[in-house]
Design a protein around this ligand. Sequence first.
Ligand code: ZN
Ligand code: ZN
Ligand code: ZN
Length: 124
Amino acid sequence: MTKRNTKAKQLILDSLKNTKSAVSQEILQKELGEEVDRATIYRVLNSFCDDGIVHKILSDDGKYYFAFCINCSGKQHKHNHFHFRCLECGKIECLPNEMDVKLPLGYKSVNFNGFISGYCANCS
Ligand SMILES: [Zn+2]
Ligand SMILES: [Zn+2]
Ligand SMILES: [Zn+2]
């Protein structure tokens, strides 16, 4: 890991912390400006996913967003929660409730991808 990468990691971590909602690569790029290039942002985000720090959300606008993990470590990601996209302010959030979806006998879930769009508390 080079020094430049470490700095990029720190910058991206800070801006994820400051934003209370999920961010896309585009949003991060805008926030970080020239300081970190596109490829680095991509690489750092994916390495955070591998480390169990953030998880990837496929939004209903077709873009990926990244949000902090709460109870994850290493490869053991566990996010049985819905994601909410506000149609007014565009914010994407992790909803705090863990979902327990009953599957038919013999089925085993690996990935949960729940998505809701609507209006957040500030906008409704
Ligand atoms: Zn996770
Ligand atoms: Zn809103
Ligand atoms: Zn989430």
